[in-house]
Ligand binder design. Structure first.
Ligand code: DOR
Ligand code: ZN
Length: 428
């Protein structure tokens, strides 16, 4: 791997300002950020005139479905969709078929990712009541599904949560208490009515009970995944003031849609937890600005279109290939500023999950970079990369286009084509 120079560069700093000059990359890392233009005889040169350079996003929540359900997406295809969305690092969820719940399955998945992924990656463990020791350092985080999401049962009892908390330093929760979901034959045809917000509140109460029962030294870092109710935002805000080591994630579909979209559009908007009201959405927008929400994960959860059209559609929305245009749209709408953009897309997820050298455009960090461009007319319809073939965001006037994506200093996507050279690295 040789040297690379990006000339006429204009890049986002971690402070939310922009610097310009040239970026020198060697062995996949940013060696220097120069205010002046530099020249080097043997370097590959990229001219960034007309583009803005952003750090490649960390998407801490994807379901690439491999092993087990490659027909829905797969690592090769999913990581290409990530490149198109300006995402250079993903954390893959463990609710595979079979679930990624043992050391052996974790190692199998890692092997697949190291051979196939075009972006950097890490994996989570699917927890169960059977706890395997010596696993914590092989994973990014342990995931607790309080509502069933694979063939393993949901974890809803406080005692098991306490045992898991004692064994893992970082735990990500799917916080919906399954015992409060309506699965009766007389249930409502509306998804959000069967999965009421009381299920979320009950899950948070159990997490709190478990956490408070532990001595301070045994308390793990907690992540609340895909938050979207006013109640959980108020709760996490309070826990932060109480000094908990806790992070909150939300997803694009909660920022862009309400349950009215689900009522009008049906199963393509069906997701767990469900999309909720306009009031919840407004609270979520405010929470992005005030530090209540720490990062945005796509919860990229692809299903085949025939499955979505069936009488019993599975839950999940695929959106990784529009991630940066979506978040940049939030800047255009004054919902967040550039500093917040930096925190939400890279800095906070890197800190939370211990992802080293990928928290922005900083000397010494890996060169995970995205060239974007603001365009006045709507992006031409690009072929959808995800196997779902569905773009729920078509109706939004996204003004930003991902034009080039570099992973570890290697050009992997140029706005049209993907390049095979260079695989993603496991993040540490
Ligand atoms: O809607 C969802 N789909 N929520 C989840 O928690 C899992 C995901 C999936 O794997 O399809
Ligand atoms: Zn998920």
């Amino acid at each position: 791997m040789g040297n690379l120079i990006i000339k006429n560069a204009y890049w986002l700093t971690p402070q939310g300002s922009f610097d310009q000059g040239s970026i020198l990359i060697s062995e996949g890392k940013i060696v220097s950020l120069n205010k002046t233009q530099i020249k080097l005889a043997d370097a590959e040169v990229h001219d960034a005139s007309g583009y803005m350079i952003l750090p490649g996003a960390i998407d801490p929540h994807v379901h690439f479905r491999e092993p087990g359900q490659k027909y829905k997406e797969g690592i090769d295809n999913g990581s290409k969709a990530a490149l198109a969305g300006g995402v250079t690092t993903v954390i893959d969820m463990p609710n595979n078929n079979p679930p990624c719940s043992t050391l052996r399955r974790i190692m199998q998945k890692k092997k697949l990712f190291s051979h196939k992924s075009h972006v950097n990656w890490g994996v989570m463990l699917h927890t169960s009541s059977r706890i395997e020791k010596n696993l914590a350092d092989k994973i990014i985080s342990a995931k607790v599904y309080m509502a069933k999401s694979s063939r393993l049962p949901a974890i809803t009892d406080v005692k098991t949560i306490i045992r898991i908390m004692r064994n893992f330093p970082v735990i990500s929760f799917h916080a919906e208490d399954e015992s409060l979901l309506d699965i009766s034959p007389q249930r409502s045809p509306l998804h959000h009515e069967n999965r009421p917000r009381q299920a979320v509140i009950s899950a948070l109460n159990k997490i709190e009970q478990a956490f408070n029962s532990l001595p301070e030294k045994d308390r793990p870092r907690i992540v609340i995944c895909h938050m979207n109710t006013t109640e959980e935002m108020a709760w996490i805000k309070k826990k932060k003031t109480e000094g908990w080591d806790i992070f909150g994630e939300t997803c694009p579909h909660y920022l862009f849609f309400t349950q009215d979209d689900y009522i009008a559009g049906g199963a393509v908007f069906q997701v767990n937890p469900p999309i909720r009201t306009r009031e919840d959405q407004k609270a979520l927008h405010r929470s992005l600005g005030d530090g209540t929400i720490d990062f945005i994960g796509t919860d990229h959860a692809p299903h085949a279109s025939a499955e979505k059209a069936s009488a019993k559609p599975p839950s999940g929305i695929a959106s990784i290939e529009w991630l940066l245009p979506q978040i940049l749209y939030l800047i255009d709408k004054n919902i967040i500023n550039w500093k917040k953009f930096h925190e939400l897309t890279v800095a906070n997820a890197a800190r939370c999950y211990g992802i080293a050298l990928r928290n922005g455009i900083i000397e010494g960090n890996y060169a995970d970079l995205v060239f974007v461009k603001r365009v006045e007319q709507k992006d031409k319809i690009r072929k959808i990369q995800s196997k779902t073939g569905i773009n729920l965001y078509e109706k939004f006037d996204f003004k930003w286009r991902v034009c080039r994506t570099f992973v570890n200093g290697i050009l992997k996507y140029d706005g049209k084509k993907y390049f095979e050279k260079g695989k993603g690295k496991e993040v540490k």
